[in-house]
Design a binder for this molecule. Structure first.
Ligand code: 4AD
Ligand code: MG
Length: 436
């Protein structure tokens, strides 16, 4: 046709030209001889205006009776309209209904309030809503920022396997998989152990992929399948981890503020809270954190790990993320390098997000001595056979090295200001949810 296909987002570059948009009916208002279909096409939404006297009878009637989420192509012209959301309206000159949603089986998600369980049962459709769309746009921005940060700072992307023979983050949260005849493997909990190999090959490497934890806890922070980005650096220590983690977070939040203003507004996010996220982040020790928590009424005693409530209490103390280091070695994974002056604490750090969001990054320095690592594997009742290749890294040019992992969904939840992590991923997997 003479109408050039454009996206709604680019409406402003085509005012007055004959154009068409291809999308879905989001909403429809009518007043007698004039109709106002609101169309969304994935890039944005726009109000269209159809005047009965200016359209063929059948086109006007078809649009007037169109049902929510029917797919439709609208032809016409864009016009600047100061009062319109997005700044433009489209005057309709023609339309083509691609598939009409029937009245007998209407679109299940209506503008009225729905329960959370219902919406997540309908997640395949729920993603079309303005709010979910905004969240996933921000997720994409965060992922792009993370990649850009590492790519432009000398890290090489080397992805790690998903089927793994050994546990990285403890044996209690492993998903076991039958792998042919009599072999059992696990879904990866973290790419870290492999990253330690690739860091020795590339100096600085990162992996970015899905990770799995059989978390029996039903919390607003846990998924059973989540995406983690994990950098690893050779010839690096705990302080390098803190510096890189801080730079990454500042860069990522800056990108979202720069490029996703509209989406943050859709979510009614208080952006002053995000604008406060600047270096340097406060750095405290586990010991200091325990003191703060006791003062705030927590039951924590030195030696215990922080629960979700403790993390919330801690992160409420600061207007930006706080870095807590040197946890008791006993509550941390087997691979942490002990502090030289005080071996009962680990050279690890957790970054707790602001506004009570809790841990968003965990990482630290790895054991680089062969004998100590073997001892740690045995102390944790892990099978040394499964770790031979990992121990090898301590035989062939072992160096101090360090890295961390950031859960993408934790980051999205925090930056978007969400109440629950389930909204941060298109199809969440949780204790009681594996569908759709
Ligand atoms: O603190 P974690 O367990 O650390 C590791 O897995 C290290 N091996 C990473 C490394 O050093 N390369 O997990 C890292 C991050 C957490 O800080 C959190 O953001 C996220 O992964 N995370 C989860 N996100 C969603 N649901 C869960 N069940 C998560 N468990 C961890
Ligand atoms: Mg952790």
């Amino acid at each position: 046709s003479d109408y050039r296909r454009i996206t709604i987002a680019s409406a402003g570059q085509h005012t007055g030209e004959p154009v068409e948009i291809a999308g879905w009916l989001y909403n429809l208002r009518k007043s007698g001889k004039i109709i106002f279909p609101i169309i969304r096409d994935g890039s944005g939404t726009i109000q269209c205006v159809g005047v009965k006297a200016q359209l063929p009878e059948d086109v006007f009637e078809a649009l007037k009776n169109l049902t929510q989420e029917s797919s439709v192509i609208i032809r016409g012209r864009m016009r600047a309209e100061a009062r319109a959301q997005g700044g433009y309206e489209m005057d309709i000159e023609g339309a083509e209904i691609v598939q009409r949603v029937s009245e007998e089986h209407p679109y299940p998600i209506t503008p009225k309030e729905h329960g959370v369980e219902f919406l997540f049962d309908q997640r395949h459709l729920h993603l079309r809503s303005r709010r979910q769309h905004a969240i996933l746009k921000i997720r994409h921005e965060i992922i792009k920022a993370v990649r850009d940060y590492f790519d432009s700072n000398g890290f090489t992307l080397v992805d790690c396997p998903i089927f793994t023979p050994a546990a990285c983050e403890g044996t209690t949260t492993l998903f076991e998989v039958d792998y042919f005849e009599d072999e059992k493997v696990y879904l990866t909990q973290s790419g870290q152990l492999y990253n330690e190999a690739t860091a020795a090959a590339f100096g600085k490497s990162y992996c970015f992929g899905p990770t799995f934890r059989a978390e029996k806890s039903k919390t607003r922070r846990h998924l059973t399948e989540f995406w983690m980005v994990e950098p690893e650096m050779a010839y690096a220590d705990l302080e390098d981890v803190k510096r890189v983690a801080e730079e990454l977070i500042v860069f990522m939040v800056g990108r979202v503020l720069e490029n996703r203003k509209t989406e943050l507004a859709t979510l009614e996010r208080d952006i002053t809270k995000l604008e406060a996220i600047k270096a340097p982040f406060p750095r405290i020790s586990y010991d200091e954190a325990v003191e703060i928590l006791k003062r705030k009424g927590s039951e924590i005693e030195w030696g215990g790990d922080f629960g979700g409530t403790d993390e919330t209490l801690l992160s409420e103390e600061f207007d930006r993320p706080v870095m807590v280091d040197r946890y008791p070695a006993a509550v941390k994974a087997f691979y942490f390098q002990p502090a030289p002056e005080r071996p009962e604490v680990a050279l690890g750090v957790d970054v707790l997000a602001s506004e009570g969001y809790g841990e968003v990054i965990g990482g630290g320095q790895r054991v680089h001595d062969y004998d100590l690592l073997l001892q740690r594997i045995k102390d944790h009742n892990l099978p040394p056979e499964a770790f031979q290749w990992y121990l090898d890294l301590r035989r062939f040019g072992s160096v101090p090295h360090a890295g961390f992992g950031m859960g993408i969904e934790r980051a999205v939840s925090w930056i978007c200001g969400l109440e629950h992590i389930r909204e941060t991923i298109a199809f969440p997997r949780m204790l009681y949810r594996t569908r759709p």
